[in-house]
Design a protein around this ligand. Structure first.
Ligand SMILES: Cc1ncc(COP(=O)(O)O)c(C=O)c1O
Length: 407
């Protein structure tokens, strides 16, 4: 059977692949430190799970939901977003709506599916979440990748972005707090970015805010539209419950965007997946979003503590030059190219090729530590590791990682 080029051109999700390998090794009896996790290893808050339980008795929880989601939930999501971001969508001058989707990933694919025509360009800032370029390609768009450097803590260069904007640029995606770096862009960067976007009125801005509440170092994340609310008119927000409610498996996300786009997304969703999970939507209708902050308190402390342990372990092993302060989400991008392990993989001193899959494979197979090769995020010779593990095993995993890095 011949598979369409649209799908065969897509790369397999390396994050899920490496995680599956680590799980298989661990099931076969090997002790594995799995640092690939893209989710919190905690139960969701009881105030949320009990609402799901309450809804189990209603027939509507098992029936189709309206395609864009229950109206009262959509209203609530928009009101909560306006409150937590300190902006009013009425300042945008256009009508907004929300579409509830089957997770944040589905929100992104719905956006690309409705926005892109053949050959449209979308600017993606590296390191990026693995899915962006693949969905853009699936929708016959062209990802334009702008690279950044670990020496600049992955701050995207605005001049580079400017140079890459063309008449075919349909959108730019920003993701702050960021997967995989575990940092968020500064307020100063956001303000300068807003100015650049004002100069380019044909560019839509997709703002993936799925980790917004998961910052554990001040200052809290800010966004370009807070300084220039007129940019809201071409802003498309991605969010959901996967990360902040520790509910990746419930598959619930959303898009908040100008109504012209949410209407088109509703048409697409109506012919592809229909409305998202009714049971979880019903539970969310009655859920108090304000509780999330309290729930995340100890989780943020845990992430901050593990980030501190990482700093200490790097210092003890004289690898401080590879350290940067992670501040948010639950990841850290370790740079192999600044450590002795690189010499084992490079063919010569001038070799600049990417060896991150080979390095991560060796780390997993020989040392039992699973990480995700950075090439998947557009960052050669790096690996993403997750900071969510329990403190003791996390320190143990780091000690093993240090041995490996020192060759
Ligand atoms: C940056 C980013 N956006 C969106 C998502 C989508 O999350 P989900 O589809 O699990 O809701 C993820 C998940 O890893 C992510 O890291």
């Amino acid at each position: 059977m011949k598979i369409s080029s649209r799908v065969s051109d897509i790369s397999e999700s390396i994050t899920l692949k490496l995680n599956a390998k680590a799980v298989a090794m661990s099931e076969s009896g090997k002790h594995i430190y799995n640092l690939t996790a893209g989710q919190l290893p905690f139960r969701p808050m009881p105030e949320f799970s009990s609402l799901i339980r309450d809804e189990l008795d209603f027939i509507r929880s098992y029936q189709y939901s309206p395609v864009p989601g229950y109206p009262e939930l959509r209203k609530k999501i928009i009101a909560n977003w306006e409150k937590t971001r300190g902006v009013s969508l009425s300042d945008s001058g256009v009508e907004f709506d929300c579409v509830v989707t089957n997770g944040g990933k589905h929100a992104v694919s719905n956006i690309m599916g409705t926005l892109l025509d053949h050959g449209d360009e979308v600017i993606v800032l590296a390191p990026f979440w693995v899915t962006y370029p693949e969905i853009i390609k699936f929708c016959k768009g062209e990802p334009k990748i702008i690279y950044s450097s670990p020496f600049d803590v992955f701050k995207p260069n605005l001049d580079e972005i400017k140079k890459n904007i063309s008449p075919r640029t349909k959108a730019i995606i920003i993701n702050s707090p960021n997967n995989p770096t575990g940092t968020h862009y500064s307020d100063e960067w956001m303000r300068d970015f807003a100015e650049l976007m004002l100069e380019n009125p044909h560019v839509n801005i997709i703002c993936d805010e799925i980790y917004f509440q998961l910052f554990y170092f001040d200052p809290k994340p800010t966004f370009y539209y807070q300084s220039k609310p007129e940019l809201l008119a071409r802003t498309i927000i991605v969010d959901g419950i996967s990360k902040t409610l520790a509910s990746t498996g419930l598959r619930l996300g959303w898009v908040i965007a100008p109504k012209v786009l949410t209407k088109a997304i509703t048409t697409l969703q109506g012919q592809t997946t229909s409305g998202a999970n009714s049971l979880v939507q019903r539970a969310l209708v009655n859920f108090d979003f304000d509780l999330i902050e309290t729930y995340l308190g100890p989780i943020k402390k845990h992430l901050r503590d593990n980030a501190q342990t990482l700093r200490e372990v790097l210092r003890e092993n004289e690898l401080s030059h590879t350290w940067y302060q992670s501040t948010s989400a639950f990841y850290y991008l370790i740079d192999f190219s600044q450590t002795p392990i690189m010499e084992k993989f490079k063919s010569s001193a001038t070799d600049t090729a990417d060896y991150s899959p080979e390095i991560c494979e060796s780390l997993l197979e020989e040392f039992g530590v699973a990480t995700v090769p950075g090439v998947a995020f557009g960052m050669n010779n790096t690996a993403r590791m997750s900071l969510v593990m329990e403190k003791e095993p996390f320190r143990e995993a780091l000690e093993i990682l240090m041995k490996f890095l020192k060759g």
